[in-house]
Design a protein around this ligand. Structure first.
Ligand SMILES: NC(=O)c1ccc[n+]([C@@H]2O[C@H](COP(=O)([O-])OP(=O)(O)OC[C@H]3O[C@@H](n4cnc5c(N)ncnc54)[C@H](OP(=O)(O)O)[C@@H]3O)[C@@H](O)[C@H]2O)c1
Length: 183
């Protein structure tokens, strides 16, 4: 996500392997001070989070577009987060309203806008953002056993749903298990 040469090499290999119909921009990071500590707010940490979570999506998607455009039904899914939803962080019933996240949350708000703007700038490709749900993963670096949430296989279902939309599927939307999520 953060290395142009690595992205180019990956796409060259995908092209040689037959092409690309679906791009899922799943990689993302949250940086903490120490094991499970507070969110890291120093400049280099902020740049690293935005480089991976936001710039990385633009970098990879731009590099992938020539291949995607050769597909009959090109689809991009950007894995975002309710922590990047202005609606969810203002909605008391949502966990995102009770979990401060200055850097990670704002990087995911950027993912949402990248998704909307991409859907308008590139109408021949469908772009949707997904909130996968709170999931027990390595996010934040403290280990899956310390991260709350459901198994990754359950959270992957909504990603798979948006990755497999047909030619009449949505574009420029933000989705979770139950359907569309407020921006
Ligand atoms: N867990 C949650 O509760 C939750 C909730 C909402 C949204 N999300 C989002 O879900 C997505 C997946 O995260 P996760 O929870 O599965 O966390 P994770 O277990 O930490 O996995 C993150 C993945 O991103 C990859 N990655 C990180 N930096 C990268 C880079 N520069 N280039 C390429 N790959 C890179 C990692 O690869 P390596 O292992 O090789 O470093 C790893 O496979 C993220 O976008 C995250 O923000 C997670």
């Amino acid at each position: 996500m953060t290395d142009d040469a690595s992205v180019a090499a990956a796409l060259a290999r995908i092209e040689a392997d037959g092409g690309l119909d679906v791009l899922v921009n799943n990689a993302g990071i949250a940086l903490r001070t120490g094991d499970g500590g507070a969110e890291a707010l120093d400049g280099p940490s902020v740049l690293a989070v935005f480089d991976t979570n936001a710039a990385g999506i633009v970098r990879v998607t731009e590099a992938a577009l020539p291949l995607l455009r050769r597909s009959a039904n090109p689809v991009v899914v950007n894995v975002s987060s309710a922590l990047g939803s202005f609606w969810a962080v203002h909605e008391p019933s949502r966990p995102a309203s009770r979990f401060p996240s200055i850097v990670y949350g704002s990087s995911k708000a950027a993912v949402s806008m990248i998704t909307v703007q991409s859907s308008r700038a590139v109408p021949d490709v469908k772009f949707n953002a997904v909130e996968p749900g709170i999931t027990a993963t390595e996010l934040g670096g403290a280990g899956a056993e310390n991260h709350p949430g459901r198994p990754a296989a359950e959270s992957a279902e909504v990603v798979a749903r948006l990755a497999t939309i047909g030619p009449d599927g949505p574009t420029g939307t933000f989705q979770e298990d139950a359907g569309e999520l407020g921006w």
